[in-house]
Ligand binder design. Structure first.
Ligand SMILES: NC(=O)c1ccc[n+]([C@@H]2O[C@H](COP(=O)([O-])OP(=O)(O)OC[C@H]3O[C@@H](n4cnc5c(N)ncnc54)[C@H](O)[C@@H]3O)[C@@H](O)[C@H]2O)c1
Length: 409
């Protein structure tokens, strides 16, 4: 197993890539591809990274995270070939669709994708298929990244930022594994239809095939195995048939992972337990909609949405790495965004996407170091610390990456 951690190491590779979007017109998007040779320097490994900054604070946090990724990588003998492409509202403005084919091709051909955020007021009234957020659906679906890993860790430096009591929040360290490409968000039948009484009805279908449950459960068992060996599967098996099958398949797989302690919990109880006693959780696995809600709830325990990274992985192909926050249009362009979620997403890219754990550890350590030195963006600021903007926080993390001794994993 562990195909989900498959590495895509391409050394001295020749790749076919589209031109850069900054100079692209609609016509140019259809122009013939050019061929680029990506050769690594002697003794170095080279990776192709697709950068999708997106909208709002996306470009600000991506620019900072790119520098940190480059520096941490270079200290571990890694070279990156970055290719920046438009997505979401930026792509709508440029070529009229939220996910241009060329952006998808570049993402698909890369070794890993780092995405900022998508969406904004400007496009809020667009028809559904022309909303920026559709790009995320297309990207996840077409890359077949079915496993979404979202860590929620309360750092001791930020304990005061949690809305929970200190003794409840202290020491929380969990990973939520959310199924990302199935369930009610994609199930058929769906849509708004007219019923036999002539009344409008909205239909969404929660549906899971056995193989979809098995593959996400395996990712979760493998993840729990590398953590504290505890896996809690969250469902609604007292009501939903899809959950009954979910529980049956997860239970059956447990015999393959005797070192992992499996438990089950109904989602309503899980929502309560996350607030009552979050420390009880190590790894949680759940379906698409429950994972969407519970991971946002868990993120609040840590204090700020600006701190939380995520990884979306498939069985093969590049993984998608992005902060969990949105484009924060209320603070966009003001140098107020917290870039740490995106920087930590870059660390997840190195660790889960490329298998470069040492470089990942350099970034994780540098983030802790910058926080230890008291640097805080507005969202995590508390009196006695030094208030900095997005760029300065990035510079401080860069300094810490440079100054730390080589990471041991
Ligand atoms: N993955 C994504 O790209 C994604 C996820 C969620 C929402 N969105 C989109 O983002 C737009 C705004 O949505 P929203 O306001 O509901 O959610 P949001 O996450 O963008 O913002 C919620 C609040 O958190 C703050 N915030 C978010 N990230 C921050 C950061 N890094 N540093 C400091 N503060 C931060 C914002 O200023 C805002 O007050 C919408 O168009 C929505 O559809 C995109």
């Amino acid at each position: 197993m562990a195909a989900f951690l498959q590495m895509n190491i391409r050394l001295n590779s020749i790749k076919i890539v589209p031109g850069r979007y900054s100079s692209l017109t609609d016509h140019q998007f259809r122009a013939p591809y050019r061929i680029r040779c990506a050769a690594a320097s002697p003794g170095k490994k080279r990776y192709n990274i697709a950068l999708l900054p997106g909208d709002g604070i996306g470009p600000e946090v991506i620019s900072v995270a790119k520098n940190v990724l480059q520096k941490a990588g270079s200290l571990e003998g890694l070279e990156f070939d970055f290719q920046e492409m438009p997505v979401g509202g930026a792509a709508l403005d440029l070529v009229g669709v939220p996910m241009p084919e060329e952006t998808f091709t570049a993402a698909k051909q890369s070794d890993a994708i780092l995405l900022g955020a998508i969406g904004g007021y400007k496009w809020d009234k667009n028809e559904k298929h022309l909303r920026p957020e559709m790009a995320l659906f297309y990207l996840r679906r077409d890359l077949k990244v079915f496993a979404n890993l979202r860590p929620a860790t309360v750092l001791p430096q930020l304990i005061d930022a949690s809305t929970l009591k200190k003794e409840v929040a202290e020491g929380v360290d969990m990973m939520i594994v959310r199924e990302l490409t199935g369930g009610i968000y994609f199930g058929e039948p769906r849509g708004i239809k007219i019923n036999e009484n002539g009344e409008e009805v909205g239909i969404s279908t929660e549906i899971y095939a056995a193989h979809e449950i098995d593959r996400i459960a395996r990712v979760a068992f493998e993840t729990a195995r590398k953590r504290r060996g505890k896996l809690c599967s969250v469902d609604k098996a007292n009501v939903l048939d899809a959950s009954i099958l979910w529980r049956k398949r997860v239970t059956a797989l447990a015999s393959e992972y005797p070192d992992v302690e499996l438990s089950h919990m109904y989602v309503d109880n899980a929502a309560m337990q996350l607030i009552r006693d979050p420390k009880q959780f190590d790894t949680i696995v759940t379906n698409n909609i429950f994972g969407d809600i519970l991971s946002d709830e868990a993120s609040m325990i840590t204090g700020s949405i600006g701190m939380l990274p995520s990884a979306s992985l498939g069985e093969s192909g590049p993984g998608l790495f992005e902060p969990i926050h949105g484009s924060a249009p209320d603070i966009a362009g003001q140098d107020k965004a917290n870039p740490l979620a995106t920087i930590l997403s870059a660390a997840m890219l190195l660790k889960y996407g490329l298998g470069e754990e040492k470089a990942a550890k350099r970034i994780e350590d540098a983030v802790v170091d910058a926080l230890n030195k008291g640097f805080r963006t507005g969202d995590i600021y508390s009196p006695g610390n030094k208030l900095v903007g997005c760029k300065e926080m990035g510079e401080e993390v860069l300094k810490s990456v440079e100054s730390k001794v080589p990471a041991t994993v």
